[in-house]
Design a protein around this ligand. Structure first.
Ligand SMILES: CC(C)(COP(=O)(O)OP(=O)(O)OC[C@H]1O[C@@H](n2cnc3c(N)ncnc32)[C@H](O)[C@@H]1OP(=O)(O)O)[C@@H](O)C(=O)NCCC(=O)NCCS
Length: 212
């Protein structure tokens, strides 16, 4: 079986979307990452936050990943609002064709303003158009209706339900297994490009954001 691809300098380049920018997580981001992971809306779907900055460093800067993973801070107008990552669950020969995404928007006022959907679409564009993967997957909890709506808007389709896929907050949790294939991407991209301009223009606009 081939070795997983090393994190190459090319993969450390920022990724740009219309309003969002992804840059690799660095040590200086760890206080924000711990704060974001401690937000109740994130804890609800991500589980308990790291107990310390050192634990967050282990998880986000130098993780001992079983699958190769690339982690980025999501910026809007230069301000970090959350984290997005992609990984290859099947290192080896399958590595090239399938990638999984995870995301959280840690700043409460940045949620529900279209930023998550744009971040997902920007990551899809990167993975399909620059990394040339064949399939991208994501696995939101069945109860995470906002995440599911966000991923559907971006063009993901439900493949099925993974029963008891996580154990979180003392119970087993079912998740949706959603995917997009490279064949789906041109239509999903065309829908994105046909949409009216985004709901929020930048950091100033974020100040007045509210959660449902
Ligand atoms: C999930 C998450 C990434 C989505 O990003 P976001 O920027 O908040 O989402 P968007 O604004 O792009 O889209 C959210 C959509 O869900 C809808 N929505 C919000 N709450 C909802 C709910 N309870 N039920 C159904 N739909 C809901 C919004 O109205 C919007 O749809 P619309 O544009 O058709 O009106 C973000 O909210 C988040 O990080 N949440 C906490 C952590 C988390 O759940 N991470 C994902 C783990 S899989």
């Amino acid at each position: 079986m081939a070795e997983p691809e090393a994190r190459s300098p090319a993969d450390q380049r920022p990724i740009e979307g219309p309003r969002v920018r992804f840059r690799p997580v660095v040590d200086a981001d760890l206080p924000d990452i711990v704060r974001w992971l401690s937000e109740p809306e994130v804890v609800r779907f991500y589980g308990d936050p790291p107990a310390s900055i050192a634990d967050a460093w282990d998880d986000y800067v130098e993780p001992d990943d079983t699958s190769p993973t690339w982690r980025f801070v999501i910026e809007v107008d230069g301000r970090g609002v959350g984290e997005i990552q992609y990984s290859h669950a099947y290192p080896g020969r399958e590595y090239e064709w399938s990638a999984g995404i995870d995301i959280f928007i840690g700043e409460g006022e940045a949620r529900n303003r279209g930023i998550g959907t744009e971040a997902i679409r920007t990551m899809l564009a990167f993975l399909f158009e620059q990394k040339h993967v064949h399939r991208v997957t994501i696995d939101p909890e069945v109860s995470n209706r906002r995440a599911i709506r966000c991923y559907e808007k971006a063009g993901f389709r439900l493949d099925g339900v993974l029963r008891h896929n996580f154990f979180e907050h003392g119970e087993y949790v079912d998740t949706h297994f959603m995917s997009m294939l490279e064949d789906d991407w041109p239509a999903a991209k065309a829908r994105w490009e046909a949409e009216p301009s985004p709901r929020t223009g930048g950091a100033g606009a974020l100040e007045s954001g509210t959660e449902p």
